[in-house]
Write a protein of this length. Structure first.
Length: 277
């Protein structure tokens, strides 16, 4: 007799359980949490908006103090103006004698050395430059003194200029006719003093008298004297040309000599006869 087995006999309970659960899948994550981000964008945006909102709620600074500065301009401006005013006061009150009293602009004087018989006006023709026998420079602003015919005939003064601020500060030229050449230096100075009382007094009280001989670029000889007196100073240049002896003087009191020495020496060195000019 045949035995009939039911199919359930060959299947164990565990096998049955496996067959039952195998088709089941893991549960799907909830849609609300698909991805996890460390800093959600939604939170950052909220923070930024919150900061902006907070910034706009700050109270506006008072108009009187919009931007505090370490050095307010209102305090610097008066200080600058005070400094400028002080500098202007120093410039206007400071004395500058070397600029005001020692002119740097010069005019050339053309001397004719005309005789007393031919003297007219300032001792020469209307065109002095064409008939000039000597030249020297005169500071701008100095005045010319009119030499009389008597003075020209006695001591040979031909021209003279002076500083209007101090008339004792002056330059002038004398000439004597009939000299072909220079005598010894000491003899020339003594002869000049014979007709010039001021020169006599200056030499008599001088602390020192210096003399030298020099020649210009054409070989013409000049005697140069410097007399350092107690109250005055004198520079003299002497030469012979055109059968005449020319003596150019630059005199100044001691204070003016100390102040204007550079200008006075320039005048002294500017003297030339026309032949050597």
């Amino acid at each position: 007799m045949a035995t009939i087995f039911s199919p359930s006999v060959f299947l164990s309970p565990s096998s049955s359980t496996t067959a039952t659960t195998s088709p089941k899948l893991s549960p799907t994550p909830p849609p609300s949490k698909p991805l996890h981000i460390t800093i959600p964008p939604s939170r950052n945006l909220s923070t930024t908006l919150t900061a902006v909102s907070a910034a706009t709620t700050f109270p506006t600074p008072p108009p009187s103090k919009p931007i505090p500065l370490t050095i307010p301009p209102s305090r610097n401006l008066p200080t600058t103006l005070i400094a400028a005013a002080a500098a202007a006061t120093i410039l206007t009150t400071s004395s500058l004698p070397s600029l005001a009293d020692s002119p740097k602009t010069y005019n050339i004087y053309y001397g004719t050395a005309a005789s007393a018989a031919n003297y007219g006006g300032y001792g020469g023709n209307s065109n002095k430059k064409d008939s000039a026998e000597y030249i020297y420079e005169v500071p701008e602003g100095w005045k010319e003194r009119l030499v009389s015919k008597v003075e020209k005939g006695t001591n040979g003064t031909d021209s003279e200029f002076y500083n209007p601020k101090k008339k004792a500060e002056k330059e002038y030229l004398t000439f004597l006719a009939g000299f072909r050449q220079l005598a010894p230096k000491d003899a020339v100075l003594n002869n000049l003093a014979l007709s010039d009382v001021e020169l006599q007094d200056l030499i008599a009280g001088a602390d020192g008298v210096r003399s030298e001989e020099r020649k210009d670029e054409k070989g013409q000889v000049y005697y140069v004297y410097e007399i350092d007196g107690v109250g005055a100073h004198s520079l003299i240049s002497v030469t012979c040309a055109n059968n005449k002896l020319y003596a150019h003087f630059v005199n100044a009191p001691a204070p003016e000599w100390t102040r204007d020495q550079e200008t006075l020496r320039h005048l002294h060195e500017s003297f030339r006869t026309v032949g050597s000019y």
